[in-house]
Design a binder for this molecule. Structure first.
Ligand SMILES: Cc1cc2nc3c(=O)[nH]c(=O)nc-3n(C[C@H](O)[C@H](O)[C@H](O)COP(=O)(O)OP(=O)(O)OC[C@H]3O[C@@H](n4cnc5c(N)ncnc54)[C@H](O)[C@@H]3O)c2cc1C
Ligand SMILES: NC(=O)c1ccc[n+]([C@@H]2O[C@H](COP(=O)([O-])OP(=O)(O)OC[C@H]3O[C@@H](n4cnc5c(N)ncnc54)[C@H](O)[C@@H]3O)[C@@H](O)[C@H]2O)c1
Length: 451
């Protein structure tokens, strides 16, 4: 006999956890099922601990800038406080007791296990059956995608999970993948003294973002002593018990550790989506405006393919929960998705890149302002690399995309996110007052270059 609930939440990543708690607080009976840790990738292996590592690494980089600005300083990196902070403050030693109790206090029923959908309303968890009267909500996220490179399987390579749990910075590290995970961790470890090589298969770092941003990050990483090889796909991995050797493009790269940061994968087949008549071979699930994938079945987060970000998971959770509760909701909009890669300089972006805008056949104009040429960038001096790039739709006279790279580039992004989200006319943006001397005044410089 299946146990009844109003809502069954499968996978409690950031959005699933938030939606499950909200629905329970609203008085629905909610079963939340999680096979690993409540909260998902972000608090235990992703955003939060990686940003703690980056915060510490950036403090070292700032200290190293002192000679150019303010005298002398001796820098002796120690990874122990970072590892301790990640273990004690971020992850509670990878223990989710507090999160489980928070959900239970909200009125939810928690089940630890791997769930599988068995029908439009039914779910099975390791032999235990549940039936949802109102909705099933999927938030099962992604796992590291490990490419089938000869020699890799069976070695003790790192994914983000092992890198985040590191107790010391390795002497040397080869990073496969020049996306956000690879670059954030490459720079953080390098600033602690690790000798780092980054191998990226495509011709640019951060290939999904503007090429100017990828080039900027490549220049900065190279200047910091990180080896960056673009257009370099790993062909073979050897491990002799102490070091990894990666063969790529006729050369070899050696590291005490190997970080595989080559993207993420979903496993929709294992979730039982076939029982809903959905394509189990797909990497993501198509959702309607209210995040439904079938009548009474909702999906949120990375599996929806609208951007693998915690803020996307939380945004979609709000809409799905509103809809399940029958509250008014306008549906999801994706024209102004912000994202920030927390390298130094931070690379923030929103909406379309120039290439995406041209692929949509929009009448496109672009403008770039360099941060070092702005008053604040010039004052800032050491560590001032960055740029603002705007992508305008000249037909509608609005910004459809923007990149903000630089010191606090992710914070400067906020005004650009608002402009793209609200489709604010460019002539209105030009009439705003921009505080002097801020980094965001470079936005005004770039606006001035648009036709
Ligand atoms: C190193 C790193 C750094 C990142 N930094 C940032 C950042 O700075 N900012 C940002 O916005 N994003 C960042 N991300 C991305 C972010 O972590 C994810 O987008 C975020 O966690 C949202 O994912 P999700 O909601 O889809 O679910 P996830 O967080 O992936 O959680 C899904 C949960 O579902 C569970 N699950 C899966 N299948 C089942 C099943 N069948 N039964 C029961 N449970 C199941 C899993 O165990 C997991 O706990 C980072 C990711 C990584 C790896
Ligand atoms: N700050 C943030 O918001 C943040 C930080 C980290 C991760 N994330 C999220 O997590 C997701 C996954 O990040 P990611 O960096 O793993 O994935 P990604 O897909 O963005 O980047 C992976 C990179 O690896 C390269 N690659 C693939 N196979 C390769 C090979 N064999 N050899 C060398 N390079 C190879 C790809 O060309 C790509 O550039 C991102 O899409 C992002 O949404 C976000």
């Amino acid at each position: 006999m299946a146990e009844q609930a109003d809502v069954i939440v499968i996978g409690m990543g950031p959005g699933g956890e938030a939606a499950a708690a909200r629905l329970a607080q609203a008085g629905l009976s909610v079963v939340g099922i999680e096979k690993n840790l409540v909260g998902g990738e972000c608090p235990y292996y992703g955003c939060i601990p990686s940003k703690m590592m980056i915060r510490a690494a950036d403090s070292l980089a700032e200290a190293r800038r002192v000679p150019e600005l303010a005298g002398t300083v001796q820098v002796a990196p120690d990874f122990a406080p970072v590892a301790r902070r990640i273990r004690d403050e971020a992850t509670d030693d990878w223990d989710d007791t507090v999160a489980v109790e928070r959900f239970e206090k909200a009125g939810g029923r928690f089940i630890r296990g791997t769930a599988r959908i068995t029908g439009p309303r039914t779910v099975s968890v390791d032999g235990q059956d549940f039936e949802a009267a109102r909705a099933i909500l999927l938030n099962t996220g992604t796992e590291p995608a490990v490419p089938p490179i000869p020699g890799l399987a069976g070695t003790l390579y790192w994914t983000n999970r092992e890198a985040i749990a590191a107790t010391e910075a390795p002497e040397s590290l080869v990073v496969l993948g020049g996306g956000p995970i690879g670059l954030e961790l490459a720079q953080a470890f390098a600033r602690f003294g690790t000798r780092v090589e980054v191998l990226e298969a495509l011709e640019a770092l951060l290939p999904l973002e503007e090429p100017e941003a990828g080039q900027l990050v490549q220049d900065v990483l190279t200047a910091e002593g990180i080896g960056v090889r673009t257009g370099t796909r790993a062909e073979r991995i050897d491990h002799d018990g102490t070091a990894f050797t990666v063969t790529a493009g006729g050369r070899t790269y050696t590291g005490q550790r190997l970080l595989v940061a080559t993207g993420r994968r979903t496993d929709l087949a294992a979730l039982g989506l076939g029982s809903l008549g959905l394509d189990t071979g797909a990497r993501t699930v198509p959702t309607d405006g209210h995040l439904r994938i079938a009548e009474g079945v909702y999906a949120i987060g990375d599996i929806t393919g609208h951007g693998a970000f915690t803020h996307m998971s939380m945004y979609q959770a709000r809409i799905a929960a509103d809809h399940i509760l029958g509250e008014p909701t306008t549906g999801a909009e994706y024209h102004a998705v912000p994202r920030v890669t927390f390298t130094d300089p931070e690379v923030g972006a929103v909406g379309l890149t120039e290439r995406q805008a041209r692929e949509k056949d929009l009448p496109v104009a672009t403008a770039i302002a360099q941060i070092p040429s702005s008053a604040r960038g010039w004052i800032h001096k050491a560590g001032n690399q960055g740029l603002i790039k705007l992508v305008a739709d000249t037909g509608r006279g609005i910004l459809v995309g923007a990149t903000s790279a630089g010191p606090t580039g992710g914070e400067v992004l906020s005004m650009l996110t608002l402009a793209v989200h609200e489709r604010t006319p460019i002539h209105r943006l030009r009439k705003m007052i921009y505080a002097y001397p801020t980094f965001h005044r470079a936005v005004e410089d770039a606006l001035g270059q648009l036709p």
